[in-house]
Write a protein that binds this ligand. Structure first.
Ligand SMILES: C[S@@+](CC[C@H](N)C(=O)[O-])C[C@H]1O[C@@H](n2cnc3c(N)ncnc32)[C@H](O)[C@@H]1O
Length: 277
């Protein structure tokens, strides 16, 4: 009996899992060793302890361009130009590096500037030209300055807009306190649901990125509903964890689409962008 026939014969017997075990073990060990190598490198080279930053893989960046193209109904070439715009914004990069080096919590931040899925937020703001963006959850303010950079470019092209950034932590947002980015950002300290209730201007683009518990995410989308301008878009950073925005989209008669990012050279499996419009 030749080797192929023997393998097929064994596959029909109860011995099949035992025979396949070495090959299966080698596969999973190769995968886990790669994760361990990446994790060990990260432990030594990074200082971050939450809200990790990383680049996207080339393929993940390409899929992000198509995601933004579909949800904003703009040509993918245009979206790629927007992604390129934020990635080559040396003034913003220099500001983030400088502000990070001077920050009181610099010991827990990396010097390298890496935007991950936030380049998608940038492209969405560039594509939709919103007059009022609201972001809940600010942390250092990395997302806030990225959104502000998009609003500044929009303003230079005749489409002004402002960002309201909400965080419960009074120390949040140190990256978004310098001009010109601060000129378009209103930083509001307090619980996001209370702050959303107090908004006095219609919201064109809303991004949930604060307390990622299901209950809080639901409260934010429910509360912001009466504050939305016609045709507003809702985004969530929590799309790989809950289905809250998809359920909200279904209840309110919107379309929904999710993008899942893939970090390059990082152990973290990544987050994503959920969009309802
Ligand atoms: C994931 S971080 C935000 C990341 C940020 N958007 C970025 O792009 O890097 C979550 C933030 O939500 C804030 N937060 C948690 N609970 C909150 C609440 N109830 N209201 C407002 N902000 C809250 C935290 O203080 C933290 O800064």
């Amino acid at each position: 009996m030749d080797a192929t026939k023997l393998r097929r014969a064994i596959a029909r017997t109860p011995l099949a899992p035992v025979a396949a075990f070495p090959k299966r073990l080698a596969r999973v060990a190769r995968h886990d060793a790669k994760v361990l190598r990446t994790s060990a490198r990260w432990l030594v080279t990074s200082r971050e302890h939450h809200n990790y930053t990383y680049e996207l893989t080339k393929l993940s960046r390409q899929h992000l361009a198509w995601f933004v193209s579909v949800v904003c109904d703009v040509p993918v070439q245009q979206v790629r130009a927007y992604l390129n715009e934020i990635e080559t914004d040396e003034k913003l990069r220099g500001h983030i590096e400088h502000a990070t080096a001077a920050a009181s919590r610099r010991g827990l931040a990396d010097k390298h500037v890496r935007y991950a899925r936030r380049i998608g937020w940038y492209a969405i703001v560039r594509a939709r030209k919103p007059g009022h963006v609201v972001e809940t959850g600010v942390d250092k303010g990395l997302g806030s300055v990225v959104l502000a950079a998009a609003l500044l470019r929009n303003a230079a092209e005749g489409h002004p807009g402002r960002l309201t950034s909400l965080d419960i932590n009074p120390e949040a947002g140190y990256l978004a306190r310098a001009t010109p980015w601060a000129d378009v950002v209103d930083l509001v300290i307090g619980d996001s649901v209370a702050s959303i209730s107090a908004l006095d201007r219609p919201v064109d683009l809303f991004l949930h990125d604060s307390d990622h518990s299901r209950v809080h995410e639901e409260s934010e989308f429910e509360t912001v509903e009466s504050k939305l301008a016609p045709g507003a878009m809702l985004l969530t950073d929590n799309v790989t964890v809950t289905n809250v925005l998809a359920e909200h989209a279904e209840r309110t008669g919107r379309r929904f689409l999710a993008y899942r990012e893939t970090p390059a050279r990082h152990w973290y499996p990544g987050d994503g962008i959920g969009a309802a419009w």
